[in-house]
Design a protein around this ligand. Structure first.
Ligand code: USQ
Length: 400
């Protein structure tokens, strides 16, 4: 299969590239190093020491004996993306090339707008590129469980039957995202649904939970590492808790810590995307997968990291509930369905505790790098302080 992976330099993009190339597929990489640059902007870095994308591709070529095209550019630039698709003519395109941090999108108007344009336009460009050049190609698009928010009812996989004033319909489940970033994914989903209605484009829209982990089965040597972020803008909950334990800093559930989300390991994220790629939708089908393994509260995750860290590493870890920088429910009902991937063959590969042992072992070896980032770990991006931070734009005193 010919697969174009947009965002191949990323946390998930690179391991997916490894999986598909090592399975013998013809894979091309697309990236503009947006995440590398923006992580530097908040004075942070990946704590796993990663090579440049071109060096990683060279390393991979040595292992497989094949060459992998690298399209370096911005997916929100229409001519770049359309030319890439026209030239490579993929059977499937995985779109992971979006700004992926909720806190980054909440820093201020500048970052909120960049997130909107980067994410929504890249998906629009992809929709048109597929329609023009490869109308039967499968778009596998990474959305987020955060599109649904935390409603007080069960969450279906994309659609549900509604009965209102005596009539029934099968409709998209209402979306209640919690950051500008998460809203961009909602807008993408709407645009993809409409593209599917217009042109019958086969689409899988993946509502993915929070991913954790340092490794997949292909990451067997340092030259193949994927990035691992721990700072308050780019790091995610469980990965941050592990790094905090290793750095001797308190683990930081925000607020009461009862916020519950779907989680899955990096290995399982790749397993699920691989299943979605090789069991594609029918022509004309738009399908939605809720992609996570289990749901946990952040309080439970902090307790579990503490338990495993103390048992495995033998040092004490502390937990401190800090002021919640976000606007979100801290205690709520949460019961999303996630049956479709399992019905296609997905079986979780490991347990949370076993995966934590692997992560903590890796982080111990990167401890020096973690300690050098101590000052960017504490949360300071508050949703209610998101400002108008465009140079030259005046705001009334006290509003920004
Ligand atoms: N949280 C803490 N303490 C921390 C960090 C986070 O309690 O130190 C809490 C947050 O308040 C939130 C939950 O953990 O309630 C998840 O936050 P997160 O930073 O791990 O994840 P989030 O911002 O939701 O975004 C991440 C990825 C994003 C992906 C999303 C899936 O960055 O790309 O779409 O997870 S989901 O959360 O299901 O929407």
């Amino acid at each position: 299969m010919k697969i174009l992976i947009m965002g191949a330099d990323g946390y998930i993009g690179w391991p997916l590239f490894l999986r598909e190339s090592m399975k013998g597929h013809e894979v091309a990489a697309l990236d503009n190093y947006f995440t590398r640059r923006r992580v530097k902007e908040v004075e942070s870095d990946s704590v796993s020491p990663i090579l440049s994308l071109s060096s990683r591709l060279r390393k991979l070529s040595e292992l497989t004996g094949r060459e992998y095209p690298l399209y370096r550019g911005n997916a929100s630039n229409p001519s770049f993306l359309l030319n890439t698709v026209r030239e490579f003519r993929p059977d499937a395109i995985v779109h992971l090339a979006e700004q992926r941090s909720a806190p980054y999108s909440m820093l201020g108007l500048k970052q909120a707008s960049a997130t909107m344009s980067n994410n929504i336009l890249s998906t629009m460009n992809l929709i048109y590129a597929v329609k023009e050049y490869v109308p039967d190609a499968h778009i596998l698009k990474l959305g987020t469980m955060g599109e649904y928010g935390t409603p007080n009812i069960d969450i279906p996989e994309g659609f549900f039957e509604v009965s209102y004033n005596g009539r029934k319909d099968y409709l998209p489940f209402p979306k209640q995202a919690g950051s500008w970033y998460h809203w961009t994914k909602v807008h993408d989903s709407n645009n993809l649904m409409f593209a599917n209605r217009l042109w019958k484009t086969p689409i899988t829209d993946v509502m993915q939970g929070v991913v954790y982990g340092t490794r997949t089965r292909e990451i067997t040597e340092t030259g193949l590492y994927t990035r691992f972020d721990i700072d308050e803008v780019w790091g995610t909950a469980l990965n941050r808790f592990c790094a905090q334990a290793v750095a001797g800093l308190p683990l930081t559930p925000y607020g009461k810590g009862g916020q519950t989300r779907g989680f899955l390991s990096l290995e399982d994220s790749i397993n699920c995307l691989d299943i979605a790629l090789h069991k594609p939708p029918a022509k004309g089908e738009y399908r939605v997968f809720n992609q996570f393994d289990e749901h946990y509260s952040v309080r439970y995750l902090a307790d579990t990291v503490k338990k495993v860290y103390e048992a495995e590493i033998g040092r004490t870890a502390n937990i401190v509930n800090v002021e919640n920088p976000r606007l979100e429910l801290e205690e709520h009902y949460y019961n999303p369905e996630h049956k479709k991937l399992r019905s296609l063959g997905y079986v979780p590969s490991s347990t949370l505790e076993n995966e934590l042992k692997v992560i903590l072992g890796d982080l111990e070896t990167w401890k020096k790098r973690i300690l050098s980032l101590r000052k960017v770990i504490t949360p300071k991006t508050f949703w209610n302080r998101s400002s108008v931070n465009i140079p030259g734009v005046q705001t009334p005193p006290g509003t920004s």
